[in-house]
Design a protein around this ligand. Sequence first.
Ligand SMILES: Cc1cc2nc3c(=O)[nH]c(=O)nc-3n(C[C@H](O)[C@H](O)[C@H](O)COP(=O)(O)OP(=O)(O)OC[C@H]3O[C@@H](n4cnc5c(N)ncnc54)[C@H](O)[C@@H]3O)c2cc1C
Length: 400
Amino acid sequence: MTVRAPRRQGRILVAGGGIAGLCTAWALTRRGFAVTVIEQGDLPNPLGSSFDEHRIIRHAYGEMRGYARLIPQAFAAWDELWSDLGAVHLEPTPSIHLLSSGQESWIEAVAATQAEAGLALREIDPATARRSFPMLRVEAFARILEAQGSGILFASRIVEDLVRWLARHGAQLLSRTRVTAIDPVRGTVTADARDYEADLVVVAAGAWVGRLLPAYDRAAVPSRQAVIYLEPPATMAAAWAVAPVIISRGANGAYILPPRQGTRLKIGDHSFSLTGDPDAPRDVRTEDVARLHSAIAGNLRDAESYRITDCRACYYTVTADERFIVEPLAECGWIISACSGHGFKFGALMGRAVAQAIAGERSAESVPSWAGGGAPANRCAVITENVQGAAVPAAVPPAA
Ligand SMILES: Cc1cc2nc3c(=O)[nH]c(=O)nc-3n(C[C@H](O)[C@H](O)[C@H](O)COP(=O)(O)OP(=O)(O)OC[C@H]3O[C@@H](n4cnc5c(N)ncnc54)[C@H](O)[C@@H]3O)c2cc1C
């Protein structure tokens, strides 16, 4: 089946106004398409995955080498966006990797991709690490590496600016409008009991995707993830003010974003819950908090002197192999599903790629494996069990 390439002024409907939908809308609008973004919540939606103070972008991706190789293109796509927005919402920093023993294959893979990208990867000896990072439990780790080519993306500022840019450039923005059905064969969408017709529809529904497209239910499984915001003690404020992005691997593995440009210190982990309903109240569960408390204690010196200022639960989808699903749907549709906690950094790149394919600037057929980091096509493998071994339930379709 070949996806249709509409004429330049064609009408495109985008279901979902997170980073994937907004960037697709941006890249389509700047190519002359008439774009309508339909979003069930506010625009931007504070309950979407894309709405948070910050997100990490990094080259050091370990064994997922295909993704590391896409990062230079991702930075270039962000640059294109900054130039349209008239603001740079990225602060480059190195990333520090706190590694417990047994991470040799990860280090080897990172060394290869850093070298390929011409970026430094250096070992930091314990004495230097203690001096440079007095807030970290340096002694708890076997090795500490510093990788160049990372940074902090100020996520909520980016989506807020994208919404403003789209409004200024004539895109139609429908907030608080829930899409209940998609027909990618005819290019139609039903939302709030009204039918919308277009040349093409793009589904960018984040953790809700399985409700709109049952074929992707349990291939892209919603996963409730928690993060904690912290206020460091005054004695550590200076060290945090210049801290890089920090990622620890092994027991108590976590990612830590330093406070920058008015954002707060944040800690989260990459262990997928594969549980939860994105429409359920966003309570942070005891088990999420317990895991993050261990991460704080395992990574930070004097952990008890930090004040917890906020705790949040949010959702992303997880695929069996942690790769993106970006592919045509029948003749008149696309799905863009930013997966497994890696999605924000690739938002501008993936949105632009879908727009390029729709505009006929690149072949639609080449996009799925490119977006999967060169992975073979097992993107739609079904996930049946969550981490506790409980069955992953089928998604409930939205009420018509
Ligand atoms: C705690 C946490 C930490 C993360 N850290 C990083 C990181 O450091 N680096 C990184 O790159 N990525 C990270 N991610 C992942 C990244 O944030 C997500 O992959 C990305 O934001 C997903 O964007 P999206 O547009 O696909 O989904 P969303 O932002 O969720 O957008 C989807 C939108 O579709 C709307 N929608 C859904 N269904 C309908 C419907 N039926 N009708 C109308 N609208 C609908 C939703 O309301 C939502 O606004 C993290 C995610 C979380 C939760």
